[in-house]
Design a protein around this ligand. Structure first.
Ligand code: AMP
Ligand code: GLY
Length: 434
């Protein structure tokens, strides 16, 4: 079959790389892709937001399956538009994508189906929200309801920070209509983990765990980013914990969405805080994580195209998942200044010097310029290595990172370090349900 991947990041490069390995797949297209994807797939210059143009492209080029990377087109209804034309597409419909598109919807859904999450209050009036801040215990978290490119969440230690956050979202409307409602919730403490499940609406399979590193600097300091690195599996998630997450979180969500008449098909990504009281949901995403995907897919032995197709066709219960027992670590190399302002157009040198068989270099913000590859975004590359254990994966990945150079390049030096704290064997059974 022919596959189209929608998106242009490291996640989409990893998806293209894995899907291309499938014996079921002939051509892989990517819209719009990037400098790295261009060397393994055919890139076409259509924006992920241009749903009509994507539909036309798929019809004209006989694409059999479309896989959507980023959340915005899912929340905008790309799956509904494709399905109306009888085209096969992996991802949730607009109604189900509200789990990511509206944090208020997600919270109310979790309350209804007893999914563990932080207690919160929801506001659509700025004065009432400000009033609540005078009595709310600190620290607390202020969240804009809608999509805000990861910038709509404020963890506040002081009341003034919380007031500023509410003012930014509801007063100055920096996220426009995404800030018409806000959530003010209790601050949770613990280690974070990302659990991704693929569902066909009824059945689901949980992928091996991962952990992201959201802050820009080592030791989780500085502002939040799209993700500075990831590793899989996350040893904080024992086999017993993965089962618990299945029972307490994934299962009620898949059942609840089905019962509500909005079955969830696609990737359900639960961003979790592992608190002393158990796992708590911080957020849901309705797509593969970036950079978690770069660390998870090199460990997946099963044919991904087959899994995605089975999700579209409602036969996931027949799919058997197999995992490479090794550990995988992805270090994101960024343009200096990111997540603030940064320059682009810098030549990337040393890509050919990475010759280690255990290492993959996934491109994100890169483009081809003649025979050179230059930077074109904040997150530039996701250098990813497998190792017999996490220590070996860390050692390998940093050896390769050191070979790659571009002007004002920046990366964290402590990716994976947290995993070294709890070393024990990774879960080896697939948690599934229906
Ligand atoms: P979200 O987009 O809701 O996952 O939030 C982004 C980041 O904010 C999370 O990855 C956490 O680091 C942090 N965060 C969100 N909610 C909470 C919370 N209730 N307590 C502590 N940290 C949180
Ligand atoms: N790694 C965080 C995300 O994909 O949203």
């Amino acid at each position: 079959m022919n596959v189209l991947i929608v998106g242009s990041g490291g996640r989409e490069h990893a998806l293209a790389w894995k899907i291309k390995k499938s014996p079921l797949v002939k051509d892989v297209w990517c819209a719009p892709g990037n400098g790295g994807i261009a060397s393994i797939a055919r890139c076409v210059d259509i924006a992920p937001s241009d749903i009509d143009e994507l539909v036309n492209f798929v019809k004209k080029n006989k694409v059999d399956l479309t896989v959507v990377g980023p959340e915005a087109p899912l929340v905008a209804g790309i799956v509904d538009a494709f399905e109306q034309k009888g085209l096969k597409i992996f991802g949730p419909r607009k109604d189900a994508a509200r789990l990511e598109g509206s944090k208020v919807f997600a919270k109310e859904f979790m309350q209804k189906y007893s999914v563990p999450t932080a207690p919160c209050k929801i506001f659509d009036d700025i004065d009432e929200a400000m009033e609540f801040l005078t009595v709310a215990p600190l620290p607390l978290v202020v969240k804009a309801d809608g999509l805000a490119s990861g910038k709509g969440v404020f963890v506040c230690d002081k009341i003034q920070e919380a007031r500023d956050a509410v003012d930014q979202i509801m007063g100055r409307k920096v996220f426009k209509e995404a800030g018409e409602k806000i959530i003010i919730e209790e601050c949770l403490f613990g280690e974070e983990a990302s659990i991704l499940a693929v569902s066909d609406g009824k059945s689901y399979v949980i992928l091996d765990s991962a952990q992201d590193h959201k802050r820009i600097f080592d030791d989780d300091l500085g502002p939040n980013t799209g993700g500075m690195g990831a590793y899989s599996p996350a040893p904080v998630i024992t086999e017993e914990m993965l089962r618990k997450i299945g029972i307490q979180i994934i299962d009620p969500v898949i059942r609840g969405m089905h019962k509500s008449g909005t079955p969830f098909k696609g990737v359900l990504y639960a961003g979790l805080m592992m608190t002393d009281e158990g796992p708590r949901v911080l957020e849901f995403n309705v797509r593969f994580g970036d950079p978690e995907t770069q660390a998870i897919l090199p460990r997946l032995k099963t044919d991904l195209a087959e899994i995605l197709q089975a999700s579209c066709e409602g036969r996931l219960d027949k799919v058997k998942m197999e995992w490479d027992k090794r550990s995988c670590v992805c270090v994101v190399m960024t343009s200096g200044g990111y997540p603030g302002e940064y320059e682009t157009g810098k030549e990337i040198k040393g890509l050919d010097a990475v010759k280690d068989d255990h290492t993959l270099v996934f491109h994100a913000g890169t483009k081809k310029k003649g025979d050179k590859v230059v930077t074109s975004g904040g997150r530039v590359l996701g250098v990813t290595s497998l190792g017999n254990d996490i220590e070996q994966a860390i050692e390998r990945v940093y050896q390769s990172v050191e070979k790659i150079k571009f002007d004002r390049c920046f990366f964290r030096r402590d990716i994976g370090a947290k995993a070294l704290k709890h070393l024990h064997p990774s879960p080896q059974t697939t948690v599934r349900g229906r």
